[in-house]
Write a protein that binds this ligand. Structure first.
Ligand code: FMN
Length: 254
């Protein structure tokens, strides 16, 4: 397999850093190829700003037709963004590793999505029938994505009735709104709970669990999200009533 490991933690000598070391070593021992994007290490620019638009026309209404649209996109991509896109194209599996901060990834990783998954690459592609390809289809279709995260809270608090909300639902913006939206199959997240109180034994246990998750990476079934165009949704993009009957909220989508 060809794995891009995106790491969003400011400190390599952290639990997260140790887990990444363990993870990359495991991938090597399994014979997988890997590349990394250590976002803090690279000094990744986390926010989209005027520089990201280069000298392209600022007013999209000035664009007429696909040629100008393409020119707009290409001129606006800086070298660092192109490099990341090239890594994504190379990979068949993406790992996103981060500590959970305020119920989501650190801003630097959000900024990586904002800047790298641009229109025409991560979204906004159209199929032969003119429909926009997304949710199960799109620029990154065929790839798989795994979240590796650590959280301060205990597992029970992120359970089905836990106070923090069920973790896969907390991660819905990433798993469904980013991975699945761009076409990538979202794998069940790997989570280290109680990360601020982890003992040596606890770390050894987590490292062993991570090794096992990586060993089974090629055969792990993704989360069962529905394709946008597979018949699960009506023309208003509402889940048909026979699916998850009587239920609502983000949990109904897979
Ligand atoms: C800014 C910040 C926000 C955090 N938000 C959460 C949170 O929303 N939920 C949670 O369980 N833990 C939260 N934590 C705890 C971290 O997830 C925890 O410290 C981290 O996973 C430990 O791994 P590390 O030692 O590799 O950083 C937060 C920590 C920080 C610094």
């Amino acid at each position: 397999m060809k794995i891009l490991w995106v790491f969003a933690h400011p400190e390599r000598r952290s639990l997260g850093g140790s887990l990444m070391t363990e993870g990359l070593r495991t991938l090597e021992s399994l014979g997988h190829e890997h590349r990394t994007s250590d976002l803090y290490g690279m000094g990744w620019k986390a926010v989209v700003d005027a520089d990201d638009f280069g000298d392209a026309p600022r007013d999209r209404r000035l664009l007429v037709g696909p040629e100008q649209e393409r020119a707009y996109r290409e001129r606006s991509l800086s070298e660092d963004v192109r490099r990341e896109q090239e890594k994504i194209e190379w990979a068949d599996t993406l790992v996103f590793q981060f500590p959970l901060w305020w119920f989501g990834p650190p801003a630097i990783l959000k900024g990586w999505f904002d800047r790298v998954l641009v229109q025409g690459f991560g979204f906004g592609l159209k199929g032969p029938d003119g429909r926009t390809l997304r949710y199960g289809d799109g620029g990154l279709a065929g790839k798989r994505a795994l979240v590796v995260t650590s959280v301060g809270a205990r597992e029970s608090g992120f359970g089905p009735r836990g106070i923090h909300g069920q973790l896969d639902q907390v991660l819905f913006p990433l798993l469904h709104g980013t991975f699945w939206y761009t076409g990538m199959a979202a794998l069940p997240p790997f989570v280290v709970y109680g990360a601020d109180r982890l003992t040596d034994t606890g770390f050894a246990h987590s490292a062993a669990q991570l090794r096992e998750r990586l060993r089974t990476l090629p055969t792990t079934s993704p989360l069962p999200f529905h394709d946008e165009n597979g018949g699960a949704y009506d023309e208003d993009l509402v889940l048909r009533p026979e699916l998850a009957p009587g239920l609502s909220g983000v949990g109904v989508h897979g």
